[in-house]
Design a protein around this ligand. Structure first.
Ligand code: CS2
Length: 452
């Protein structure tokens, strides 16, 4: 079977959108080759005349597939009424960070690189030896060469993600590079949004059926897409059709607390209820109502949305997107790395509500669900994987706590790297979470939601 390539582009079926003239060089270096990048920033870039070098930190699978396909791959946009396919041509080169570090440093230093974008997941910013170290070493090289300004643009789901990236890189710089970087490097924040499940066999089979050739880097995504970027570029940038603003924080908060907060909530509830995907979870009796109440009564009152936005209306839109039957987003995928995600998705909301004197009741249910999820068994007795960098600490604390719901909640609230101090001894939260956990232990998620 033929592979997707420049050669076969001309003979793809007429309803598949294909790139026109492809850029011959990359002004963007992207770190992180995951499905999200391929369905988000790479698509925005495909609508410009810039190219991207995609660098994979560890696994070679995606970049090897891209390299074998002249950088081409397809994005299937799955709406409630069917799919449309587009071949993306913005990836012009690939790179493997684990084995090509020197080339990576050269690219960070290269005067032809104007923007470095990142989708490396939340936990990567805590590892100085990983991506932050690479950026720091690359900046040292760029500074030593007296290189032009560089923009480092974080596209991970973290609050103030530009500041977080700067905070991860800056301490690793020597004085000379740091002084140079202050003048030449910016770290804008950005809010990125598109639901892009990890590709599965079904993704590749769909691509093959629609394209008539193999695409081992195919991805599928929902129709919705959004990118809000802090307008703070050090030098040139691609003409991305994004929203540029001086203040991204409000957008980040709206998205992280509402979309991602409800996503994680449904992921833990769904995984416990033995539902495979988010849309299946939402279809459980009571689940959509619960999500609506959570948004209206706990998430919305916790912050002021950006101009022109209404959190409850935004939440309605989010639930509609989650219900899209074309998208099979597995609960287990979203459930991973809870210790890295829940601080900005759930605990920040709780902290602000607590400060405002609002009772933490509904929002204590996802906390109870995460607590139960971490023990590794679904309501039906299936094994649930705990894929989390703090897995050992979490499991140890839960084991030490024993079976009593209140003690297990205290064990989780006592995780200092995860839960902000004031929540640890917030009595009303502890009581509410223990009450929900008792419900979940006794009756399971499905019955609990049904009887809310
Ligand atoms: C999800 C996000 O996996 C997760 O944790 O909540 O990847 C989510 O799909 C995106 O942020 C949507 O923009």
């Amino acid at each position: 079977m033929d592979r997707l390539s420049n050669e076969v582009l001309k003979r793809l079926p007429g309803d598949v959108a294909v790139p026109g003239d492809r850029p011959d060089r990359a002004g963007v270096l992207h770190l992180g080759a995951g499905a999200f990048h391929r369905a988000h920033q790479a698509v925005y870039t495909d609508d410009t005349d810039w190219g991207i070098t995609v660098a994979a930190p560890r696994s070679r699978d995606v970049i090897d597939a891209l390299a074998a396909q002249d950088g081409l791959y397809s994005v299937a946009t799955l709406g409630p009424d069917g799919a449309s396919l587009r071949v993306v041509g913005s990836v012009v080169d690939t790179l493997h960070l684990a084995t090509e570090r020197d080339r990576a440093l050269d690219l960070v230093a290269s005067p032809a690189t104007h923007v470095v974008t990142l989708t490396v997941t939340e936990k990567a910013y805590r590892d100085p030896h990983g991506v932050p170290g690479l950026l720091a070493d690359g900046l040292r090289r760029r500074a030593a060469q007296g290189g032009p300004p560089l923009t480092i643009l974080c596209c991970d789901n973290l609050p103030d993600n530009g500041k977080a990236t700067r905070a991860a890189v800056e301490p690793l710089l020597d004085d000379t590079t740091r002084a140079w970087a202050e003048e030449h490097v910016t770290f804008p924040s950005s809010m990125v949004d598109r639901i892009v499940p990890a590709s599965t066999q079904a993704t590749y089979e769909r691509a093959l059926a629609e394209l008539g050739v193999t695409d081992a880097a195919a991805v599928e995504a929902e129709p919705f897409t959004q990118w809000v970027i802090e307008d703070d570029f050090a030098g040139p940038r691609p003409g991305w059709d994004a929203t540029y603003t001086a203040d991204v924080a409000g957008w980040e908060r709206l998205k992280l607390r509402t979309l991602n907060g409800v996503h994680s909530t449904l992921a833990y509830l769904g995984a416990l209820a033995d539902a495979e995907t988010v849309s299946e979870t939402l279809a459980l009796p009571g689940a959509a109502d619960f999500a609506r109440w959570l948004v209206a009564e706990q998430i919305a009152p916790s912050f002021t949305p950006p101009d022109g936005q209404d959190t409850v209306a935004y939440g309605e839109g989010v639930l509609e997107r989650f219900a899209n039957p074309g998208i099979r987003h597995r609960c287990i995928q979203i459930a991973m790395d809870g210790s890295q995600k829940l601080p900005q998705r759930l605990f920040a909301t709780m902290t602000d509500l607590a400060d405002a004197g609002v009772d933490l009741d509904l929002i204590a249910l996802p906390l109870a669900a995460w607590t139960r999820f971490c023990a590794g068994k679904s309501d039906g007795g299936a094994d649930l994987p705990l894929d989390d960098p703090l897995k050992d600490v979490i499991r140890q604390s839960l084991t030490a706590a024993g079976p009593a719901p209140a003690a297990r909640v205290d064990a989780i609230l006592g995780l200092r790297q995860v839960v902000p101090e004031p929540l640890a001894d917030h009595h009303q939260l502890r009581r509410a979470a223990a009450k929900w956990l008792r419900e979940l232990d006794r009756h399971g998620v499905a019955t609990t939601l049904e009887h809310l």
